[in-house]
Structure formats: structure tokens, C-alpha cells
Design a protein around this ligand. Structure first.
Ligand SMILES: *Cc1c(COP(=O)(O)O)cnc(C)c1O
Length: 397
């Protein structure tokens, strides 16, 4: 290779690809031993040479080297200046909400993670921080729901469990015109498929418990942002309220993100295959998967995301809850469980499990029907997953 072409390649270029950043960002070989993997710094405190003279760490509620490595890695994947890790996804949401003041108002998507709904309604509403829920598929309707008290727009896309896709860039533009900050829960899409900060969002929230960790073996959350003030506020929240993740969970999440790009490719390919099969099955009614050309916001999803993800939900043709429950009991490769985003395929029933905390009338209003089944499609062999679902459908119906 000629020197000329070498000299035109910068160090940043060499680390520009998503896969390279997933494996390396935030991590350098450990300076004391050369260990390639960032060690699990299982310590609460750090020796100081003289009072206040230390190597940047004082107490692990505030910061810890394993956590610092993870935060650098996650920030890089979300194209963010700042990554802030929390003890769980909801701890991250809680910290964002606590940065608001009594009298403030949040506008959230009407189809969202059940725990987020519970936190906003049952923890923050009594503290006079109110939330109203709107269908975010129409940006104009969202804009007209903004009041003088609105301080935050809370977006999830694709939504959970109805798999609606909303236009992040359009919503950011409308919100920012009213000085309203925008947070996007990017748990379902992951930064491999969708980068909300690049589309104008102020904050990205992750339940790293799901795809980022990827192996159903930890609970952890993160917020990424380019806004210095938000980053400071959130770090202050962690220091003050103790929502810090432990070093072991940070290590496991770091190990997970190294293969995020590989896993997501298989999650997407397997989900596309199963969505097609379900769409053709006579016992199945509506299949909600943004990768289907029949999906109402397929074109938007194709523009906003680089692929369509591993989550599918579907209704039965006769919308019968008992049949839905029977299917959940017949599957063999799929595991009946809450949660999502791990290497193993999971199946669940939102109305009685993940979304049971949303009142029945609200569920009905948004279209969360009694027979709705949600799949988190894992990375197993597609033939086996397809056969498992077909067998369960044929036995139950
Ligand atoms: C699981 C989940 C959360 C909450 O995260 P935890 O890590 O369980 O606290 C928030 N948002 C979405 C979309 C989730 O799936």
C-alpha cells in the first residue's frame, strides 16, 4: 500500500464502523496488567495519595472504572457525547422525570412500556408532575397537545407492544419549536437500527437489560445525550439517589454490546421470516411487524431504521384469549416469559403480563386486544422457530 493512501486515513476513520465501535469503544487494555477485557472493578472506594488527590475515582456510587468503560461504549454507539449508566432502565427514566419540577407536564406516546406508564402515573402524578398519553403517529396532533407546562416529549418507537413506528425527526421539530425536550426510548430498535440523537432527540433511554446486554442475565439502564446540562443533571441524580449499576452488570453489558451488530442481524432475519409465516396463517389475524409491506408505517420504518428489529406482535383471527393462552402453553423452543432482546426466543401475552398494569379500558382504546401475543424472536435456527410456532398454532386453534 502506498504511503499516500495511508496518510489520508485518520485514527477516527479506523474506528468509524459500528462493529469496530461495538467491540472497542470506551475500552483500552488495562494499564496495570494489559488485560484485554476491562476488569470488573469490584470495589466501593479508592485509595487517595493525599486528601482530594486521586486518580479520578473516589466512591463507586458516583463512578467506577468498569462503568466508565461501558458509558464510553454506549455513548459511541448512540453517537453521543455522554453515556450515563443506571441500575435499571426504569431508574434512568426515574432520573429524567426527577429532573422536572412540580407543575411540569410530560407528553408520552399512548402505547409504551408498562413500567414507564406505571412510573409516570403512579409515582410522579402524585408529586404533581403530570403525564398525558397521545397517539404519536400524527405529529400535528402531538403539537396541539403541547401545553405551556409541557417540558418533555416521551417517544417509544417501535412502540410496545403494538409495533407502531413514529416519526422521530418530525416530532423533534414540533417539540423544539415549543422548547420541549425530547426523549426516545430506543430499547426495541437499539442503536444498530436507529440513532435518535441524529434525528434531533435530546435524550436516548435504554433498558440495556434487553438487546444491549442481549443474554437475559442482567438488569441495567442507560441514557445517552449530547446535552451537557442534561448529562450533569443525570449524574447528579445518580450520585444523590444511588441509582448506580454494579461493576459486574456493567462488565456483562460491555460483553453484550461487543456482539450487538451480529445478534441484531440474526434477530431481524428470523423475525422477518416468522412475520411472513404468521401473515399467511389462517388462524392469525393482524400481524404487527414494521418489516411487512402491509404495515401502516412500513415506509417510515424503512426510512428511519436500517432494519425492522426482532419484535413481532400478532392477534388471532377470532381474538380469543383462551386460544392465545393455549398457544403460549404449547410452544417448546419459545419460552413463556416477560422481557425481550435476549438470544433466546420469548413469547408472552401483554394483556395479562407486561401490560396488565394498564387499565383494561385504556388497553382497549389503544388496540391492545385480549388475544395479542408478543414475540421476542431470538437467534436460534429459523426453521426450528417457524416449526415450533406452526405446531403450537395448529394444536391450539
Ligand atoms: C424493559 C424496558 C424498560 C425498563 O427497563 P428495566 O431495565 O427493566 O428497568 C423500559 N423501556 C422498554 C421499552 C423496555 O422494554
Amino acid at each position: 500500500m502506498s504511503n499516500q493512501s495511508d496518510s489520508s486515513i485518520t485514527l477516527a476513520d479506523l474506528h468509524s464502523g459500528f462493529g469496530t465501535r461495538a467491540v472497542h469503544a470506551g475500552q483500552a487494555p488495562d494499564p496495570t496488567s494489559g488485560a484485554v477485557m476491562t476488569p470488573i472493578y469490584q470495589t466501593s472506594t479508592y485509595a487517595q495519595e493525599a486528601p482530594g488527590k486521586h486518580k479520578g475515582y473516589e466512591y463507586s456510587r458516583v463512578s467506577n472504572p468498569t462503568r466508565t468503560a461501558l458509558e464510553g461504549n454506549l455513548a459511541s454507539l448512540e453517537n453521543a457525547e455522554h453515556g450515563i449508566a443506571f441500575s435499571s432502565g426504569v431508574a434512568g427514566i426515574d432520573a429524567i422525570m426527577k429532573s422536572l419540577r412540580p407543575g411540569d407536564h410530560v407528553l408520552a406516546t399512548d402505547d409504551l412500556y408498562g413500567g414507564t406508564h406505571r412510573l409516570m402515573k403512579q409515582v410522579f402524578e402524585p408529586l404533581n408532575i403530570s403525564t398525558s398519553f397521545v397517539d404519536m403517529s400524527d405529529p400535528e396532533a402531538v403539537e396541539s397537545a403541547i401545553t405551556n407546562a409541557t417540558k418533555l416529549l416521551w417517544i417509544e418507537t417501535p412502540t410496545n407492544p403494538l409495533m407502531r413506528v413514529v416519526d422521530i425527526a418530525a416530532l423533534c421539530e414540533r417539540a423544539h419549536a415549543h422548547d420541549v425536550d425530547v426523549a426516545v426510548d430506543n430499547t426495541f430498535a437499539t442503536p444498530y437500527l436507529q440513532q435518535p440523537l441524529d434525528l434531533g432527540a435530546d435524550l436516548v433511554l435504554h433498558s440495556a437489560t434487553k438487546y444491549l446486554g442481549g443474554h437475559s442475565d442482567l438488569i441495567l439502564g442507560a441514557v445517552c445525550t449530547n446535552d451537557e446540562e442534561w448529562a450533569e443533571r443525570l449524574r447528579f441524580q445518580i450520585k444523590s439517589t444511588g441509582a448506580s449499576p454494579g461493576p459486574m452488570d456493567c462488565f456483562l453489558t460491555l460483553r453484550g454490546t461487543k456482539t450487538l451488530h451480529l445478534r441484531m442481524e440474526r434477530h431481524c432475519a428470523n423475525a422477518r421470516r416468522l412475520a411472513g409465516m404468521l401473515d399467511d396463517h389462517p388462524a392469525v389475524g393482524l400481524v404487527r411487524y414494521p418489516g411487512l409491506s402491509s404495515h401502516p408505517t412500513h415506509d417510515l420504518a424503512a426510512r428511519q431504521m436500517s432494519d425492522f428489529g426482532g419484535m413481532i406482535s400478532f392477534e388471532l383471527a377470532d381474538d380469543d384469549m383462551e386460544t392465545a393462552v393455549a398457544i403460549l402453553e404449547e410452544v417448546e423452543v419459545f419460552t413463556l416469559a416477560e422481557s425481550l432482546g435476549g438470544v433466546e426466543s420469548l413469547i408472552e401475552h401483554p394483556a395479562s403480563m407486561t401490560h396488565a398494569s394498564i387499565p383494561a379500558d385504556e388497553r382497549e382504546q389503544i388496540g391492545l386486544t385480549d388475544s395479542l401475543i408478543r414475540l421476542s424472536v431470538g437467534v436460534e435456527t429459523a426453521d426450528n422457530l417457524e416449526a415450533d410456532l406452526q405446531r403450537a398454532l395448529n394444536r391450539a386453534v
